[in-house]
Write a protein that binds this ligand. Structure first.
Ligand code: HMG
Ligand code: MG
Length: 306
């Protein structure tokens, strides 16, 4: 499709699907690895607060990310009707373990910059696609939903600037070639600004349907909510965030927390946009986590809430 393709119609801005990534992205970079019991209680508190999509863990190498060890048990214990519980999967080994644990949705991940991908998963971008080809077709045939993350779409900790066209190319490939149901456009190190979001998401929405595009902002430099507004303006209605604003990638130096779910929900509700989330119960979930992590979490609403 050429870049001259007219912009797609934007869906009404009455509801946003929040994808809670706290139990995975939020905890994977914490110095304290939390026990399975604590992680189960955290996921359950999030589900009780009305979050309907909660990323429950990661089936990655425990040598690379020890914080996510035990994700199979977490996933088995938090199953309930009517919610989606995606788990992160880097390769066929992770896929098989996730299936055995009862996963019905997986999330694969690659990046828009080679150096980050190499550090994060020990593979080039092309090699990551070759790995996906080893299990995503089976996952789709088995009826699993497959989410696709593209990291470093707005900047890379090793390479600096990332060309918007490169980010869009990797996202489109993940959608069209790999067959992902949804593409999450990631600002892994929180360097993006709204004009970049308009550029990347605007271009992407000409080649991937707008209702299949999610945004994933880290709030390292305080631009995450502004970037969400820019994405909403482009028609995006799926936003990733993390309870309390925990988060960061162990292979992205300087990456601070994700956009805090409370901050996102506060803004959306204030704008008259539904999420199905009970903000008061969400605060309780994040405060419970705060106690276990032994530190104050960065989310702004969390600090301001009674
Ligand atoms: P490798 O060392 O190249 O893999 O790592 P390998 O195939 O050579 O295997 C090495 C060892 O790992 C072997 O064990 C394998 O069995 C084992 P050994 O023989 O040494 O005992 N292994 C596994 N174990 C458990 N589960 C698996 C698995 N695969 C191999 N699935 C690998 C390659 C991909 C495994 C590794 O690099 C890895 O696990 N990386 C994950 C890194 C990660 O989780 N990063 C954070 C998530 S991404 C992110 O945060 C960004 C995101 O939030 C969006 C954004 O913000 O941009 C999504
Ligand atoms: Mg992330």
């Amino acid at each position: 499709m050429s870049e001259e393709t007219p912009a797609p119609r934007k869906p009404p801005l009455s509801r946003v699907q929040v994808v809670e990534v706290g139990p995975r992205d939020g905890l994977q970079n914490e110095p304290t690895a939390l026990s399975v019991d604590v992680r189960v209680a955290f996921v359950e508190a999030l589900l009780d607060a009305g979050l309907s999509v909660v990323e429950a863990g990661a089936f990655v190498s425990p040598k690379w990310v020890p914080q996510m060890a035990g994700s199979a048990e977490v996933l088995r214990r938090v199953q309930r009707e009517g919610v989606r519980l995606p788990v992160l999967v880097p390769n066929r080994k992770g896929y098989e373990a996730a299936r055995e644990a009862g996963a019905t949705e997986i999330a694969v991940f690659t990046a828009a910059s080679e150096s980050f991908n190499k550090k994060n998963i020990n593979a080039s971008i092309d090699e990551s696609f070759a790995r996906f080809a080893e299990f995503v077709p089976d996952a789709k045939a088995a009826g699993l939903r497959v989410r696709g993350y593209v990291s470093t779409c707005f900047g890379c900790p090793y390479e600096g600037t990332v060309d918007a066209r490169k980010a869009v190319e990797v996202c489109e490939r993940l959608f069209a070639q790999v067959g992902c149901d949804e593409i999450s456009v990631g600002d892994t190190i929180g360097v993006g600004v709204p004009t970049q979001v308009h550029e990347v998401v605007g271009r992407l929405s000409r080649v991937v349907p707008i209702d299949r595009i999610a945004v994933h902002f880290h709030d390292t430099r305080g631009t995450a909510l502004a970037n969400v507004l820019a994405a909403l303006g482009e028609g995006v209605r799926i936003v990733d965030s993390s309870a309390g604003g925990t988060g960061g990638c162990p292979y992205a130096p300087g990456a601070a927390g994700n956009l805090a779910t409370e901050d996102l929900v506060y803004m959306l509700h204030g704008m008259g946009i539904e999420t199905g989330i009970d903000l008061g119960k969400l605060v309780v979930a994040s405060r419970g986590l705060q106690t276990h992590l032994g530190r104050e979490l960065p989310g702004r609403y969390l600090k301001a809430a009674p």
